[in-house]
Design a protein around this ligand. Structure first.
Ligand SMILES: C[C@H](O)[C@H](O)[C@@H](O)[C@@H](O)C(=O)O
Ligand SMILES: [Mg+2]
Length: 393
């Protein structure tokens, strides 16, 4: 029998890490990227100007009675810490860490009256990930072994960032570019988007995957026109073009997209019910849940099985080791995302830098399953990163 859970603790940290949009000036990830807020000129240049990094990182620690500590990081900051300490902790303390199904059910339905998606499910996800890390540490097994083991010898990655041309040289299988101009910038902006794609196609050659990440910024007509103009340059997929709530728009975009171009979405969707809606309304070809935002590993297992039954690929949104341990175990997750967190997207650095010690990174765009062979998620909190515990219980 495993030792019971003694205490759950929630901390907040600023500066990069799991809240990876929380970067310094001059970073590609905050350089005139199209968003739903870009219709307001004052919020067009920088996503930080409208608060994309307002939350910060949530760190969840779960300590067992024998002193073993599992932890995880996700996006959530102080409000998520409040939910963990004041609401979720009661469903874990005194329980066995093997009760993760009952614990998840109580966390979700205990907060359903004010949660269901977004920040609350981020907090639930952080607790769930910390629980799987604890399970792995108590059983001295990597999480991917707890999930059924690797179905392939290594992970292959596409890179998200401003420089797909450099990513090709680093061995990645593709490059996903942030879309810089939205509908508020009219035909001129649309032409600039296509010109950027054309330049990258020229630099990357004909076979390298190129994708646009539209971060919820477009309307159906603009997305359809962008897709058809991008077809000429072999765009592989158009990602998160519309509001996550516009299931009807996605269904129409998937019908209207050029033959052979994939429509993808899901990083801001949550739970099996949200992804069931995406799949039953035939919104997309690939779903992209973030394991730190969709409900954690316990929920992603359910989402992934539903997708597998429908022949839908699950390519989790970049979430560092939390997605690597999952993707390597799923037949319908043939590759993974790697977010280029270097300011100029010109070198590989750990995605949640500087928060995690031992965070593996792709080498030549690949990561062997054996690189994950450490207990839990195989990472530790960087002691140089100052933790602040805003609430207790
Ligand atoms: C590059 C995009 O604008 C987001 O910043 C990115 O985090 C996300 O959409 C992704 O798919 O990686
Ligand atoms: Mg995205």
């Amino acid at each position: 029998m495993l030792p019971k859970i003694k205490q759950v603790r929630a901390y907040v940290v600023r500066g990069g890490g799991a809240d990876y949009h929380d970067q310094g000036d001059g970073h590609w990830i905050d350089d005139h990227i199209a968003t739903p807020m870009a219709k307001y000129p004052e919020y067009r240049q920088s996503r930080q100007s409208f608060g994309i990094n307002v939350l910060g990182t949530l760190v969840v620690e779960i300590e067992a009675e024998n002193g073993t500590v599992g932890f995880a990081v996700t996006t959530g900051g102080e409000p998520a810490a409040y939910i963990v300490e004041k609401h979720l902790a009661r469903f874990l303390e005194g329980r066995s860490p093997t009760d993760y199904e009952k614990i998840w059910d109580q966390m979700y339905f205990g907060t359903q009256y004010y949660g269901r998606k977004g920040l609350v499910v981020n907090a639930i996800s952080g607790v769930d990930l910390a629980l799987w890390d604890l399970l792995g540490k108590l059983r001295q097994e990597p999480v991917y072994q707890l999930l059924g083991g690797a179905v392939r010898d290594e992970l292959s990655f596409y890179a998200t960032g401003a420089r797909p041309d450099l990513a090709k040289g680093m061995g990645f299988i593709g490059g996903k570019m942030p879309l810089h101009h939205g509908p508020a910038e009219g035909e001129e902006g649309l032409a600039k988007n296509i010109a950027e794609l054309a330049t990258m196609r020229e630099r990357c050659g004909e076979d390298f995957w190129l994708m646009f990440d539209c971060w919820m910024a477009l309307d159906l007509n603009y997305a359809t026109r962008l897709a058809h103009k991008a077809k000429e340059y072999g765009l592989k997929w158009i990602e998160e073009a519309l509001s996550p709530d516009d299931y009807w728009g996605y269904a129409a975009l998937k019908k209207a997209a050029p033959a052979g171009m994939l429509v993808t979405t899901g990083e801001h969707e949550a739970t099996r019910w949200g992804f069931r809606m995406l799949m039953e309304m035939e919104c997309c070809d690939i779903i992209q849940p973030d394991v730190g935002w969709c409900g954690g590993v316990t929920e992603l297992l359910k989402i992934s099985a539903m997708a597998d039954s429908r022949g839908v690929m699950v390519i989790p949104h970049g979430s560092s080791v939390y997605s690597y341990h999952f993707v390597i175990t799923r037949h319908n997750s043939p590759f993974a995302e790697f977010l280029m967190m270097a300011p100029k997207a010109d070198q590989v650095q750990p995605m949640f830098h500087p928060q995690l010690l031992g965070e593996p990174v792709p080498v030549n765009g690949r990561l062997k399953a054996t690189a994950l062979d450490k207990p839990g998620f195989g990472v530790e909190l960087n002691p140089a990163v100052t933790l602040h515990r805003p609430y207790t219980h």
